[in-house]
Design a protein around this ligand. Structure first.
Ligand code: IPE
Ligand code: IPE
Ligand code: MG
Length: 254
């Protein structure tokens, strides 16, 4: 099995360039609402607006892949009313936005374990992906009922189902096509809003060498300007992937 996309852990991207792939943990919706004496769910509603702004900014800046964490495998632990509000918000947002996304040449993908979602939501997800599958502008990936550990375990199980003989010995290249984000380069920049400095089981495999950016700004207050700040921070970093600074400055990519 070949791996057509070079791992970002092997090739050093041009730091001055716009990150090709940005991954975002959209956190702080509940606190944003609480500060305004609103129910938590109003923060989620406003969060959809932030996502719209960030998608627009990514298209303008020329980001190729935007991957956002919308619902984690752990978020089922929340109160039932909040979970069901999030499900219906997801459903409404999909139905309302998909035609616009298609017009804007956005390819929509959803990653995560869909088995717990309603048949109606599963169908909407499938329809949205099918409609936008051949678009070649921004790829927007929504992680829903996603967990990095789930992703890894699922990939191993699917690989072994297809190639049982690999149980003896397998390589990263064997596993790679079975991981959720196998058709995208690894994220260059990770953003977490809302002040927490943790990864919360998001893309554990793919974030191996991603540059991390944390901001106290709550997700419903995040916009294109905040995104530009995160990108400027990224552009001031030096990505070394294990090498020395001197090697990197000599552009030794070997
Ligand atoms: C992130 O905001 C959205 C989801 C997890 C669905 P939160 O709902 O976690 O907001 P805070 O962290 O409680 O403020
Ligand atoms: C992470 O946010 C998941 C999403 C943004 C969807 P949480 O608010 O659920 O994260 P923890 O549990 O506080 O780390
Ligand atoms: Mg949170």
């Amino acid at each position: 099995m070949s791996n057509l996309i070079p791992s970002s852990t092997r090739t050093i991207p041009d730091i001055a360039a716009v990150p090709r792939h940005i991954a975002v943990i959209m956190d702080g919706n509940g606190r944003w609402a609480k500060q305004r004496f609103l129910p938590r769910v109003m923060g989620h509603k406003q969060g959809v607006e932030s996502l719209r702004k960030v998608v627009k900014a990514c298209r303008e800046i020329g980001v190729e892949y935007l991957t956002v964490f919308a619902f984690s495998s752990e978020n089922w632990r929340r109160p039932e009313e909040e979970v069901s509000f999030l499900m219906s918000l997801f459903m409404k947002a999909l139905e309302r936005e998909v035609t616009k996304m298609h017009k804007n040449n956005i390819r929509l993908k959803i990653i995560g374990d869909r088995s717990r979602f309603s048949d109606q939501l599963k169908q909407s997800m499938q329809d949205a992906e099918t409609l936008t599958a051949h678009n070649d502008g921004l790829t927007l990936t929504i992680a829903a009922n996603y967990g990095g550990r789930w992703d890894f375990m699922n990939a191993v199980q699917c690989m072994l189902r297809d190639y049982p003989q690999l149980v003896q010995n397998f390589t990263e290249a064997d596993l790679q096509p079975y991981l959720s984000m196998s058709d995208a380069p690894e994220p260059d920049l990770f953003i977490r809003t809302g002040g927490e400095q943790r990864v919360s089981n998001f893309m554990l495999w793919q974030l191996a060498y991603t540059e991390l950016y944390f901001t106290d700004t709550l997700w419903p207050a995040f916009d294109g300007k905040e995104l530009t700040k995160a990108i400027s921070s990224y552009q001031s970093r030096e990505r070394r992937f294990g090498r020395t600074s001197e090697q990197v400055q000599g552009k030794a990519n070997a």
